[in-house]
Design a binder for this molecule. Sequence first.
Ligand code: NDP
Length: 308
Amino acid sequence: MINILFSARTELWPVYRDLLSGALADQGLDVHLSDDLPAADVDYIIFAPNPRLTDFTPYSRCRAVFSLWAGVDTIVQNETLTMPLCRLEDPGLTQGMVEWVTGHVLRHHLGMDRQILNQNGVWDPIAPPLAADRPITVLGMGVLGAACAQTLASIGFPVTGWSRTPKNVDGVTCIHSDDPRDALHDAQGVVLLLPATPQTKGILDADALNVMARGAFVINPGRGALIDDAALISALDSGQIGHATLDAFRIEPLPADDPYWSHPKVTVTPHIASETRPATAAKQIAENIKRAETGSPLMNLVDRTRGY
Ligand code: NDP
């Protein structure tokens, strides 16, 4: 019998219990799945950040931790987590991110706010340019960034993607370097889909913002730490950046008195760009547990030194 602890927000447990039980049974695994097990009995942990589990030391026989999140920045540095850590690459989450990013890019590209927010009796026929005339950069060309870049390119945007290592993505100009400015020159929009690591902290700073086209938009569904907040607010105030749509913040929930809430050129969304979809996620995790049990290489293993 394999003991699996589900340790995530309590309201997620009923949703996942049946899906995981079915997916694990489909893999032919004989498991005891619970949200409450003695630490010393636990073989695997299915995990999302929660205050109930920050010290992994008592889980002495645990063979792997499976994150329910794609981003693992909150636990990757946890020194008590000595067992393998796998993140989630969930097709449902990827599709959700593609839809959210495409929607917000098109909002800015088409200038939709002008019509939606200004029904003022003034006939003001400003037609938007075509996508082909609006270059967009995606910082981070992993699972989510590449999928978003490819969709934007398929609509007609000239898309540049930036990553640490070389990439080859159909229809996208791929650049790998140490400096995001290499990919940002004259971009009229940027989408941030990098993980939060010591190397990416504050990567969208004044220098990076200043090489973009004047009035460009910023869309950040990645992590709050990627942005130098003071530099972004200053760029919004000067008109260098026309609008920022921000889904992730250094402190979440974003405090009620944070200047982003009241800034007229900022849209705040509460970390909802995309979430793990339980039905597809349960299958991925069950397959990974089967791999662990049969000695096969684990999928989506986090590189702890790289930080993602
Ligand atoms: P991946 O790990 O698949 O991709 C990360 C990408 O960032 C890779 O292309 C990687 O380059 C690149 N990268 C990392 N560090 C650097 C660096 N120093 N310089 C240049 N490029 C770098 O992650 P995902 O695409 O799955 O997810 C991206 C992020 O999205 C997550 O880490 C998470 O923070 C966020 N997220 C937000 C959600 C939301 O609802 N707001 C939901 C889910 C995720 P390389 O490929 O060369 O290694």
